[in-house]
Design a protein around this ligand. Structure first.
Ligand code: NAD
Length: 258
């Protein structure tokens, strides 16, 4: 399949092979996309190079540093991308962070600092990167962000990140309203729980996986490549009529009551 042939896609937020961003990379590569990666830590940068060598040896993907808490870093990453390609067609935001102490116990205990940190990295960053990427979407394009059910429901321990995801989902709608006139679409995927580095920070994460296995209509969890396949759909022209949408890729868990 070649849904993304001749499309250049920037993927932000691969830390290792378990990252949802890497599942997206594999799915998008299968659809023929040219990939560009951004990373924050040196370790993540090395991991991406290794993953590319091992799994996508024919890819000539660029790997560029970008810390989304730093406007200068965001600007310089997209300037670097603009020097190597004429335009981009897609951007995948697969980035979130909160303090571990804010992902357990009572939400009411969240500090101002912890609240703002989660909002900054997990929600505001989508605004900053969309603005920096905008001039590169010369032929229109598609931005996809990763959310979770904790945006809609009070899920034990998810706490500050649930509020950040609510903010992210609203950010998707406001960005979609702004960027639509450039033919840039903005959507989010609300992914089911997947065992990744970020997920390890959430207390009781195994219980969440078990609950989905027991109660979701499909009676199983989803994996990163299933999220990647739907992301490829959002990045492709098949979804050209959709913007400002949040789509659940969670084996149907969000429809279930008690
Ligand atoms: P992950 O730890 O593999 O990825 C998180 C990424 O965020 C890492 O690559 C990390 O380097 C990056 N990041 C953190 N701070 C950054 C900064 N300042 N600048 C740039 N990058 C930064 O975990 P993941 O689960 O693959 O998370 C990817 C996205 O998917 C996140 O938005 C997460 O909330 C979302 N999500 C995850 C799950 C899950 O269960 N794993 C479910 C739904 C949504």
């Amino acid at each position: 399949m070649t849904l993304l042939n001749n499309k250049t896609i920037v993927i932000m937020g691969v830390a290792n092979k378990r990252s949802i961003g890497w599942g997206v990379a594999l799915a998008a590569a299968r659809q023929g996309a040219n990939l560009i990666f951004t990373y924050r830590s040196d370790r993540a940068g090395e991991q991406i190079q290794k993953l590319l060598q091992d799994s996508l040896p024919d890819s000539e993907a660029q790997v560029i540093h970008c810390d989304v808490t730093d406007d200068a870093s965001v600007e310089s990453a997209f300037a670097e991308i603009g020097q190597s390609v004429d335009h981009i067609d897609g951007l995948v935001h697969s980035i979130a962070h909160a303090n571990v102490e804010d992902l357990q116990g009572e939400f009411v205990a969240t500090s101002r600092e912890g609240f703002l940190l989660a909002q900054n990295i997990s929600a505001y960053s989508l605004v900053a990167v969309s603005r920096a990427a905008r001039p590169l979407f010369k032929q229109g394009g598609s931005i996809v962000a990763m959310s979770y059910l904790g945006a809609e429901r009070a899920i034990e321990n998810y706490n500050v990140m649930g509020v950040a995801k609510a903010s992210l989902e609203s950010t998707v709608r406001y960005l979609a309203a702004d960027l639509g006139k450039d033919q840039v679409r903005v959507n989010a995927i609300s992914a089911g729980p997947i065992r990744t580095l970020a997920a390890k920070g959430v207390r009781g994460f195994n219980d969440v996986l078990h609950a989905v296995e027991e109660k979701a209509p499909l009676r199983r969890n989803v994996d990163a490549e299933e999220v990647g396949d739907v992301t490829s759909f959002f990045l492709s022209d098949l979804s050209r009529g959709i913007t400002g949408e949040v789509m659940h890729v969670d084996a149907g868990f969000h429809i279930v009551g008690m």
